[in-house]
Design a binder for this molecule. Structure first.
Ligand SMILES: Nc1ncnc2c1ncn2[C@@H]1O[C@H](COP(=O)(O)OP(=O)(O)OP(=O)(O)O)[C@@H](O)[C@H]1O
Length: 341
């Protein structure tokens, strides 16, 4: 079953093609839509909500046609916009009740659902204060609450962690995950931060310049790879020689050696482990770390990817060239992990 299906979807403005023949199927769960600024994420969301017509192609949301059934889609789908769009002089409670009423809930159900939803997003006493005095994190929670209040089957969240500090970011990502696990609501969440999506999503769709770069499960992006990462207290050079002599392919990566047995494609078979154990014993050095190395999503954005990673082999679409601002190695560092064009 798909919650979102697009078929050769394009959106052209006079001077720019925001979406370029995008065909993608999104299944229930939490899906991340990642791309640099201007990649076409917000444009896609507006088309999916039936708010902006596509130039070409078609799209269905929960089986409904975006071209002709926009209002039925908006009844069943929640939307959290990217930009600050909250009225400053009403309270969160007043605003979310209003949005619930706009979605067709009767007054008492709207009030009940509002109280539940605001509690769920972590707004308590402050929900009676005017929104104008809220922090960015609190405003993002109000925006999330209004997207959830009418109990949608799917929510589209446009850059929900924008402007949040690392703690606020983590809290928001936890909330998003729980939207699915606690309520069974499917989520499409956009971000230009790869590490965020890696931690939160079941599935990741990558777009660039309006084109689909890749769509696959997060597990496939971060699958166990063909290498064991080994770190020892001393004599890495000797260890490298011994393992190579034992028929293993070994290369350095930072402080570690990456070890791979030719016949042992997933690196987890006894061949590589036993050879490392024997070599470490023979050298009498301490073994600090020995673990399967996993790919990270950020690697698909590295043009110099020599790891044979998910984005590197034949048959996969290469990521955009890594230039200044391309994702560096550590996708957990929010300030550094953005995808830039
Ligand atoms: N109404 C519009 N008229 C003309 N060009 C537009 C319009 N809306 C978006 N664009 C252009 O389409 C491209 C895609 O924009 P979009 O907002 O979808 O990107 P995005 O991936 O959401 O990026 P961001 O995170 O910066 O919003 C950009 O080049 C943008 O300038």
């Amino acid at each position: 079953m798909t919650v979102i299906a697009t078929e050769s979807l394009s959106k052209r403005y006079p001077r720019v093609t925001a979406l370029d023949r995008l065909s993608v199927d999104i299944t229930p769960g939490v899906t991340g839509l990642v791309g640099a600024n201007g990649a076409g994420k917000s444009t896609l969301i507006k088309i999916l909500l039936g708010l902006s017509p596509a130039t070409e192609g078609s799209a269905r949301v929960l089986g409904l046609d975006v071209a002709t059934e926009g209002s039925a889609i908006r009844e069943r789908v929640g939307y959290m916009p990217e930009h600050d769009c909250l009225p400053p002089d009403v309270s969160a409670t007043e605003f979310v009740v209003h949005m619930a009423r706009m979605s067709g809930l009767p007054p008492s159900a709207a009030r009940e659902r509002t109280a539940d939803t605001l509690r769920h997003v972590g707004l308590y006493e402050e929900r009676y204060r005017p929104i104008g005095g809220y922090s960015t994190g609190m405003k993002q929670r109000v925006k999330l609450a209004q997207a959830l209040v009418h109990d949608p089957r799917l929510v589209l969240l446009d850059e929900p962690t924008n402007g949040l500090d690392p703690v606020g970011r983590d809290e928001m990502l936890g909330l998003i995950r729980r939207v699915h696990t606690d309520f069974g609501i499917s989520v499409l969440v956009t971000s230009h931060l790869l590490g965020e999506l890696e931690r939160t999503c079941d599935h990741v769709v990558v777009i660039d310049g309006g084109k689909l770069l890749r769509s696959s499960s997060t597990k496939d992006f971060t699958q166990a790879t063909a290498a064991l990462a080994v770190e020892v207290t001393d004599h890495e050079d000797r260890l490298l020689e011994l393992l190579t002599a034992a028929g293993l392919t070994v290369r350095r990566e930072g402080m570690s050696l990456l070890v791979q047995a030719a016949e042992d494609k997933d690196g987890s078979g006894p061949g590589a482990y036993d050879a490392v154990r024997d070599a470490v014993v023979e050298l009498g050095v301490g073994l600090i770390r020995m673990e399967q190395r996993r790919h990270r999503i950020a690697e698909i954005f590295r043009s110099d990817d020599t790891t044979g990673g998910p984005g590197a082999g034949p048959g996969t679409t290469p990521g955009p060239a890594a230039g200044p601002g391309a994702a560096p190695d550590d996708p957990r560092e929010p300030q550094k992990e953005g995808v830039s064009r």
